[in-house]
Design a protein around this ligand. Structure first.
Ligand code: AKB
Length: 318
C-alpha cells in the first residue's frame, strides 16, 4: 500500500489531488503538507496534515519517517509569473526544494513524482507539436528550474535507483482552488469573470496558443503515471501531456455559447506575454500515450460546460 506525502498540498493541484488520492488509497495514507495553513477547515478534518517547509530537509525526513512514507508527490513550487517577479526565491524553492526531496527519497528509499511544465521549453524549441525529446533552452527562471528538476530526477533514478516520474503539465484549469502566479491563469480567471461580470480583460493577447488541461485529467495523469508498470517507461522525467491547445478568442467563443453577452478585451501584461511567447503552441504527447496509456477525457467544449456548471453553483450565480 502506498503511503503518500504531498508537498504544496494547498495549491491549485494539491487541494484536489489530496482528496483524489485519499479516495484511491484511503485518507490515513495520504499526508497533505504545506508551508502555511490556510483555507477551509474541512480540508484539515479530512485527513492528516503537516506544516512543511521544503527548504528544510530534516523536516521532510522527519515527516517521512513519522508516517513511513514510500511515495512523495512534490508539488511545492513558485509558478512562472511569480518566479519572474522574484527569481532568487523561485530558484531557492524550486531547486533546493526538489533537491531536498530527492535526497530524502534517496536516503529513505521513497518514490518521487514531481511535475515539470511546458515552461521547460523555450523559444528555440519547435513550437508546434513539440516532440517529447527536443531542445530545452527556457528563458524564464521557472523554466530553468523545471529543466534542472527533470535532469536531477533522471539523475537520481539512474545513479541511485530512486523511482522518479513526472509529466510536463500545461496550464491546468479548475474551479476548486485558484492557481497562483502562472502565465496560463487567464484561462481560469476568464470563467469566473464571465459568470460574475460578463466580461474579461485578458493579460495574454489574442492569437497566443498554449496547451491546457482540465483538472480531472491532470489528477488522472498523476495517478496513472505513479501506478504505471516501470518496465514500460522509456522516459521518466518528464512526459509531455496535453488535452487541448487554444488561444483566448477560441475560449471566449466557447463561453459565448452559454453567456452570449460575454465580452473579451485585452490588457496585455508584457511579462506574462513574453513568457507565453517562449512556450510551445501545442505538445506531442505520444510517448505518454504509448508508455503508460495517457488519454485525456476533456476537450475545450466539455471542460467549458463543466466549468460553467460547477462555478455557477460555487459562486451562487442565479
Ligand atoms: C504557469 O503558467 O506557470 C503554470 C505552468 C504552465 O507551469 N500553469
Amino acid at each position: 500500500m502506498k503511503k503518500i506525502l504531498i508537498t504544496g498540498a494547498l495549491g491549485q493541484i494539491g487541494t484536489e489531488l489530496t482528496a483524489y488520492l485519499r479516495e484511491k488509497y484511503g485518507s490515513g495514507n495520504v499526508i497533505a503538507s504545506n508551508r502555511r495553513k490556510r483555507g477551509d477547515e474541512s480540508f484539515f478534518e479530512a485527513g492528516p496534515f503537516e506544516l512543511l517547509n521544503v527548504l528544510d530537509a530534516k523536516e521532510i525526513a522527519g515527516i517521512c519517517k513519522k508516517y513511513s512514507i514510500n511515495q512523495i508527490v512534490h508539488l511545492a513550487a513558485i509558478l512562472s509569473a511569480n518566479a519572474e517577479n522574484d527569481p532568487q526565491t523561485a530558484y531557492d524553492i524550486n531547486m533546493n526544494g526538489t533537491y531536498n526531496v530527492l535526497e530524502v527519497a534517496r536516503e529513505l528509499g521513497i518514490a518521487v513524482f514531481t511535475p515539470s511544465s511546458i515552461a521547460a521549453f523555450g523559444a528555440s524549441t519547435p513550437p508546434d507539436n513539440t516532440p517529447q525529446d527536443t531542445i530545452q533552452r527556457p528563458s524564464t527562471m521557472y523554466g530553468v528550474t523545471k529543466v534542472a528538476g527533470e535532469l536531477l530526477c533522471d539523475y537520481y533514478f539512474k545513479r541511485y535507483g530512486v523511482d522518479t516520474r513526472g509529466v510536463r503539465f500545461p496550464g491546468i484549469i479548475s474551479y476548486v482552488a485558484l492557481p497562483g502566479g502562472g502565465t496560463t491563469d487567464y484561462a481560469v480567471h476568464i470563467y469566473y469573470e464571465a459568470l460574475k461580470n460578463k466580461k474579461y480583460a485578458s493579460f495574454i493577447k489574442a492569437g497566443t496558443y498554449m496547451d491546457m488541461m482540465y483538472m480531472p485529467d491532470a489528477l488522472k495523469a498523476i495517478y496513472d503515471l505513479m501506478e504505471a508498470n516501470p518496465d514500460k517507461l522509456k522516459h521518466r522525467n518528464a512526459f509531455n501531456v496535453t488535452a487541448m491547445s487554444f488561444e483566448p478568442e477560441m475560449l471566449a467563443s466557447e463561453i459565448k455559447k452559454y453567456i452570449p453577452e460575454f465580452q473579451l478585451t485585452y490588457d496585455v501584461d508584457p511579462v506574462r506575454q513574453a513568457i507565453a511567447d517562449s512556450w510551445p503552441n501545442s505538445l506531442d504527447d505520444s510517448a505518454a500515450r504509448k508508455e503508460w496509456g495517457w488519454k485525456p477525457k476533456y476537450d475545450m467544449a466539455l471542460m467549458t460546460k463543466d466549468m460553467l456548471d460547477k462555478l455557477t453553483v460555487k459562486l451562487n450565480i442565479k
